[in-house]
Ligand binder design. Sequence first.
Ligand SMILES: Nc1ncnc2c1ncn2[C@@H]1O[C@H](COP(=O)(O)OP(=O)(O)OP(=O)(O)O)[C@@H](O)[C@H]1O
Length: 261
Amino acid sequence: MITVQNLSAGYGKREVLQGMNLSFPAGSMTAVLGPNGSGKTTLVSSLSGVLCPISGKVEIAGKNVRDYRPRELAGIMAVLPQKVEPAFGLTVKSMVMMGRYAHGSGFFGYDSEDEDICGEAIRMIGINHLIDRPVSELSGGEFQRVLMARTVSQQAKIMVLDEAASGVDVAGKIELFDMLKKMNRQGATIICVIHDLNLAALYFDRLVFLSNGKVKLDGSPAEVVTKDNISNVYKTSVSIVEHPQLGVPQVLFSPSGDYSC
Ligand SMILES: Nc1ncnc2c1ncn2[C@@H]1O[C@H](COP(=O)(O)OP(=O)(O)OP(=O)(O)O)[C@@H](O)[C@H]1O
């Protein structure tokens, strides 16, 4: 269980999150959404203990996230940040192996089990063909997949992902979210920042929308993805339809002007 308790967090004197309270039960799968600048990455940085709160706290299994030692935290929580620079000279394989940091025990830091787990993550994410390529020479979407493989190889019970599938093509997104859903069904707690409302409604049990550093909406897709709610949060007009096979709400957008021929 992760709890966000009366959390205020920000940068210097700028308070972005204001008195936020949230809890993420073990085994839950939550999408965090909201307009640009609403505080999603600030929340992720707070959950991962990178950002020191102004007040309040984040607890994981009853212990303040800031009190965990880095290796101990990496053993229970895998974080995929929004911005990662592809380090010069690192190959895809060595970058994925970095996910085993918390587990590494062999003479050189990693053993054959670490190799097997990374190999499996690389196969699952479909980047076998890239394994020896330098990460600095990959396309944006390819690099994003490598980051995802590194996160998966960490085999942590909690996964916090900030725009995990940004830059990944449509089929790749489906593969990634299918995989996350499978991991969730196997017990992983997943918290994922995502901009795509329709994928969020398809895959996540709970959608939390932030607006100006506060929780604006929190509920199942059926509860929160309504015309009024989405129009209100994003200040744009939308239509809601039902997914023809799954029945979940899906959002349609229209151009703001009349561009018909
Ligand atoms: N390092 C920083 N220093 C100062 N202000 C920051 C910093 N990082 C973010 N901010 C500000 O904090 C606010 C929230 O930013 P945050 O990155 O959490 O938003 P977000 O919801 O993740 O946005 P996006 O959808 O664009 O990724 C924004 O107004 C942003 O300008």
